[in-house]
Ligand binder design. Sequence first.
Ligand SMILES: C[S@@+](CC[C@H](N)C(=O)[O-])C[C@H]1O[C@@H](n2cnc3c(N)ncnc32)[C@H](O)[C@@H]1O
Length: 235
Amino acid sequence: MAPTITVVSWPEAFAERYEEWSAAMTADIPFYVRLARETEDAVIELGVGNGRVAVPVAEAIGRRVTGIDLSPAMLALARERAVATGVELDLREGNMRELVVDQSAGLIYCPARALLHLPTWADRRRTFERVAASLKPGGRFAWNAFAFDHRIAAGIDGERQNEPVPHVVRYAVADNRVDITLDDGATTSLWWATKNEWLGLLDVSGLELEALYGGFDGEPLADDSREYVFIARRR
Ligand SMILES: C[S@@+](CC[C@H](N)C(=O)[O-])C[C@H]1O[C@@H](n2cnc3c(N)ncnc32)[C@H](O)[C@@H]1O
């Protein structure tokens, strides 16, 4: 029987290892940079974390990027990174479910599967509604999320892995949840969603699908794609 863990979507303790955890994650940055370059209006990142994406986006567009995150520890990392790079981030502590903006945005984006840290469909519906209300007409919402693959799950469930930092992944299939536990005990959980759940969220929130790719280079979504890369638009 799998050990019982306390389910937490994003604990502060994970922040200490996030720089290491995300160091090799670079493939998504040009994708989000390209979208940000295509708007002259405000750009907002949900779950901005350590600024891994927001900093190169702000650098590329030469303008401030707003970043929302629940975690003070992650926001502190983003602040350090922005100062070190000399870019301006407007960092706000808050829940993406409660997104409120000063001016309607041209682009809202959510990299690194961060929408999967929302535990319920109601959390996601609320987030999508707030995103739709925060975009200009025609403004875009982009995000990526893994496609659940039972073959991957079967291969790694409960197995210790060393990269990018030592950790164990456990799947709670009945709760469509993945728990990642680092060796120091920090645990974060993600709740996966199917393609039709994502499309349903667009449907109920007044957004429409612009594109759905199977990768950050615009690869078509195929039956064996492992990542959903979505671009939606406010009607
Ligand atoms: C996987 S990290 C992604 C960080 C960064 N966006 C990146 O691409 O590397 C997920 C981030 O989402 C944040 N987060 C989780 N749930 C959130 C919520 N409901 N509202 C705002 N931020 C949230 C976490 O604190 C964490 O910083």
